[in-house]
Design a protein around this ligand. Structure first.
Ligand code: SF4
Ligand code: SF4
Length: 327
């Protein structure tokens, strides 16, 4: 590591943790507001990835900053997380609660113009809100953004982690823009950033029918497989056409005969069977093993790369036929 890189790492690992702590405290302060929807006793605890990354970077001289913490993207991500809290003050004091079909189409078109898709409406169960956080409404718009296949195929690499954080950033910016679009039309809105989110996104997206959570803990979508990042926007609109059907249950059966991510995960962090962790999450991932590996190897992403659904195209339909033939 050169002198300049060492200096920038020293500066960021010194000043960064307090800035991240400030940002988290700002997000948590919302839960003190009487109108906020709060988590339940069974809600999961959030794992503070950026904070834990900086802690590890400080301890480890052999890991370069850019390997796990692409600075340009992280600064923009933090700006947009702060913005998602600060912009709540722009919500109308008496927000509209009903929207026409035409307006919802316009909203979707606007999201699509930002590159966002899939896009669905879903009722947020409060037991998906992380402990100590809060959201303004349970009327949720769940949004996704594709991660580049070309860059995922290079995982783990600098190109991959730069793209992954770039996708987080782009989607966070889009969530704030969608919230602003709603406010301009008289609705209240709250953007929920894909990194440092207030709720557990994969099961919420599954409830919305966007896809199915695979063994690797990521949402598998028909369009892009697990090559997506997820975010949400909560709104005062009460008559959203909430999705209540999921056509992707068969993916569970495919995961049972596949298991590629389990075999290829270098630290063997993916388990055959889901377990309930101390954080309250029920998942096949051993978070600590995954975290330790991905912070040393450019955010890893091997499980995304090897998942057959990442190939997109007609993969979803082809694999569905495989399962239908077995039944
Ligand atoms: S990101 Fe890497 S370490 Fe983590 S579960 Fe996926 S393959 Fe395993
Ligand atoms: S790699 Fe296979 S087992 Fe793992 S999530 Fe994808 S389909 Fe399921």
């Amino acid at each position: 590591m050169g002198f300049k890189q060492k200096l920038s790492k020293a500066m960021i690992t010194k000043a960064g943790p307090s800035r991240i702590k400030g940002m988290i405290a700002k997000q948590k302060s919302l839960s003190n507001h009487p109108a906020m929807l709060l988590p339940t006793s069974t809600s999961p605890t959030r794992f503070e990835i950026p904070f834990e990354m900086l802690k590890l970077l400080k301890e480890r001289n052999d890991i370069e900053m850019r390997q796990v913490f692409p600075i340009r993207q992280m600064l923009s991500i933090m700006r947009n997380i702060n913005l998602s809290v600060d912009s709540l003050s722009k919500n109308p004091s008496i927000p509209s609660t009903s929207a026409s079909v035409e307006f919802l189409e316009q909203l979707k078109d606007f999201a699509n113009s930002l590159g966002v898709g899939p896009f669905e409406f879903v009722k947020l169960p409060t037991d998906l809100i992380f402990q100590d956080f809060g959201v303004i409404y349970d009327n949720a718009i769940i949004i996704a953004l594709e991660m580049s296949k070309e860059k995922i195929d290079k995982a783990p690499s600098q190109d991959t982690i730069d793209m992954v954080f770039g996708t987080y950033d782009e989607l966070g910016i889009a969530a704030n823009k969608i919230a602003d679009f709603l406010r301009e039309q008289g609705y209240a809105a709250q953007a929920d950033h894909p990194l440092g989110g207030l709720v557990l996104f994969p099961p919420l997206a599954q409830k919305a029918g966007i896809g199915r959570v695979g063994k690797h803990g990521l949402l598998i979508t028909p369009e892009f497989g697990p090559r997506v990042r997820l975010a949400a926007v909560y709104t005062s609109i009460q008559n959203l056409p909430f999705a209540d059907t999921n056509y992707h249950d068969w993916i569970d059966e495919y995961c049972k005969i596949c298991g590629i991510c389990i075999k290829q995960c270098p630290p063997q962090a993916i388990l055959e069977e889901a377990v309930t962790h101390d954080t309250g999450r029920i998942t096949n991932i051993t978070q600590q093993s995954c975290f330790e590996y991905f912070t040393q190897f450019y955010g890893c992403s091997i499980c995304v790369k090897v998942c057959p659904f990442s190939n997109a195209g007609d993969t979803y339909e082809r694999l569905k036929v495989v399962i239908e033939k077995r039944i």
